[in-house]
Design a protein around this ligand. Sequence first.
Ligand code: AVJ
Length: 326
Amino acid sequence: MSLPLLDIQLTDADADAALRADARAGLTAVPKHLPPKWFYDARGSELFELITELPEYYPTRTERALLHRHVDEIARRSGAETLVELGSGSSAKTRLLLDAFTRAGTLRRYVPQDVSEPALRQALDALSADYPRLQLHGVVGDFTRHLDRLPRGTGRRMIAFLGGTIGNLLPDERAAFLAGLRSVLEPGEQLLLGTASVIDESVLLPAYDDAAGVTAEFNRNVLRVLNRTLGADFDVDAFAHRAVWDAAHEWIEMRLVAQRAMRVRVSEVGLTVDFAAGEQMCTEVSAKFRIEVVREMLAAAGFSVQRIWTDPDDRFALTLASAPGP
Ligand code: AVJ
């Protein structure tokens, strides 16, 4: 059994600098906004895990059921030696893939990449006990910046990007991400992409505004991250959670709504920010995708779609695509 490797491509100092830049840009913009990647400190990652178990939050369990049903076919169609997972978090669904690839007999290496070092360390520790023959190589990194540094040269890779996380990118970021990913893949290497589908608002909205208030806590956690990391003085409880379905863009927006007028200092960036009573700040976009849109965005990035699986309620899709030969 070999010990897991952990590559730090994103140090705390890099992450702090990126957070500073995002906070400065987003808190001085009109309307104000913050990128969703900053939810995921240790507490934010835990809150997200709780979200995945909520009755209203269907995406995780729908994707897991889809994977469960089709994972042996995916492994058969792949034959990859290295499974890379972007935004792996707790790697909970990964075990389905690892088991299927182990049954198929091709897999030698698992490379989870995530921005959260604590989440990654935990996942690696748990996996190394259960998959003693698999080489584990964690990468603390940002999938919007470090794709060219993914390990290569050790057999064919399949890149798994699950959970619908691609929906957290804005359309231009999404296009840049897919084109960037395509450009680092060798012919025949694959992408397994999970996307949440466009469904009725009556199912979508509660998934982002649960009765127990876990998503609200998750949303407000980004303010705690700013308080701790950038010396801000947000009164976290003075912000209410709101989820909105934007039908034109086909995405959910999570917002934080200032419950009164407030002046906030963000001392480490020398910023003073005023909120009006009722002012809304967007903290996450979570886009939903029609199958045609999945096909279009993959084709535009130069992928060829091999197969798409959906659940019986058409709530989620798993797409296997490959980088075409020269
Ligand atoms: C990170 C894409 C899985 O957008 O559904 C959950 C994050 N935000 N509840 C999503 C999230 C609010 C989630 N993913």
